[in-house]
Design a protein around this ligand. Structure first.
Ligand SMILES: Cc1cc2nc3c(=O)[nH]c(=O)nc-3n(C[C@H](O)[C@H](O)[C@H](O)COP(=O)(O)O)c2cc1C
Length: 353
């Protein structure tokens, strides 16, 4: 079941979502090893790319195993978004994705992310500037929420921006079925996703919102008709979700949870790449929150989670693996879903590290 984003062919309709604080190269590579054919960076702030600050190298970090990959940009100004898009293109990103989705409040009066849905002229100015700055062969996509709020005007603005993106040759759009005002409260409106797909049947739509397990992802594909599922919180500490979506789509019904050996392998690989990128201290912080999510698949989930919370160093991390993951055994399916404890509202939405 292949699907395209511009010239890029994906062998499964699945994507590792952009997730600030999570979807670095470590998460993306682990996702790929588990069957994910396409991944998106965390939102990168245009001004950070342009100023070449401290976080730049880590933000731009891709390697040969990490393709096809979309570099996601967020910003308020058309010219600087265009220049930042050129930087990503030069660095070998296969796709440039523009973030008109992030619900984080305006910073210093600058509207960016989901606030573009209140400011159609600015949004359209950015679409045009980015396209004009890139060669015609470059692939661009757009990420947006279904509106700023529930008003009819907001929906009109959504469609105006999306229609313009098609006119400027954007190859696909990711739609999160919550409004900006909603942040993460309430459900993602999948009827809206179905309506977008009905309105643009020949365009590639990535659907987002409330995909916490493989069954959710397959249900979204069938229920809404979107072309690709954008797996976000459901992939945190659960790279097996990609393998399982592929299995379900192939008609397999028996989905065993990942064994302890599989969990150990994913955790070890994830941490070792995170260490290469971030160094011990930051990798430790990032992996603590990852480890807590991975722990859900362990039969002693509560105890393992507690131990991950206490991890401060590489030594602590290795000790948890040694104590809880040394002997193979069957894993378990988590009790609670991945939504608990993970919310974007208090993040800046732009990777600075
Ligand atoms: C912690 C966190 C960070 C996020 N960072 C980004 C981001 O950098 N770029 C982006 O497009 N979306 C970001 N999102 C939104 C997700 O990609 C996704 O659209 C949203 O979580 C809805 O999907 P879900 O309900 O299946 O998690 C983030 C969400 C969370 C919870």
């Amino acid at each position: 079941m292949s699907v395209r984003i511009g010239p890029i062919v994906l062998n499964q309709p699945i994507c590792q979502a952009g997730l600030a604080g999570y979807s670095d190269r470590a998460m993306r590579l682990v996702a790929r090893r588990h069957g994910c054919p396409y991944a998106v960076t965390e939102a990168l702030l245009d001004t950070i790319l342009l100023n070449g600050g401290q976080g730049l190298r880590k933000s731009l970090d891709i390697n040969d195993d990490d393709h096809p990959v979309a570099g996601q940009l967020i910003g308020a100004d058309a010219d600087s978004m265009a220049s930042a898009a050129q930087i990503l293109h030069r660095h070998g990103y296969d796709v440039i994705d523009l973030n008109f989705a992030c619900p984080v409040k305006k910073i210093k009066n600058k509207s960016r992310g989901g606030h573009m849905l209140l400011d159609t002229d600015r949004a359209i100015g950015i679409l045009k500037a980015v396209r004009d700055a890139l060669p015609p062969s470059a692939t661009t996509t757009l990420s947006l929420r279904r509106g700023f709020d529930d008003s009819a005007q907001s929906t009109d603005r959504f469609y105006r921006i999306l229609q313009t993106a098609w006119e400027y040759d954007f190859a696909a759009a990711r739609v999160h079925g919550r409004t900006v005002e909603q942040k993460y409260l309430g459900r993602s409106n999948w009827d809206f996703l179905a309506q977008v797909k009905r309105t643009f049947p020949d365009r590639v739509i990535l659907g987002s919102g409330d995909l916490f397990c493989a069954q959710d992802a397959v249900r979204m594909l069938h229920q809404t008709g979107v072309d690709i599922v954008w797996i976000a919180r459901g992939a945190i500490g659960n790279p097996w979700i990609f393998r399982d979506v592929a299995k379900l789509l192939a008609g397999e019904k028996d989905l065993p949870p990942p064994s302890i050996a599989e969990q150990r392998e994913a955790l070890s690989e994830h941490f070792s790449i995170a260490m290469q990128i971030h160094g011990e201290q930051l990798a430790g912080r990032r992996m603590r929150k990852m480890g807590i999510k991975y722990a859900r698949f362990h039969p002693d989930a509560q105890q393992v989670k507690q131990q991950f919370i206490e991890v401060r160093s590489l030594r602590d991390w290795s000790a948890v693996l040694q104590q809880w993951y040394a002997t193979d055994a069957p894993g378990v399916w988590p009790v609670a879903n991945a939504a608990d404890e993970v919310n974007e509202s208090d993040l800046t939405c732009a990777a600075t590290s």
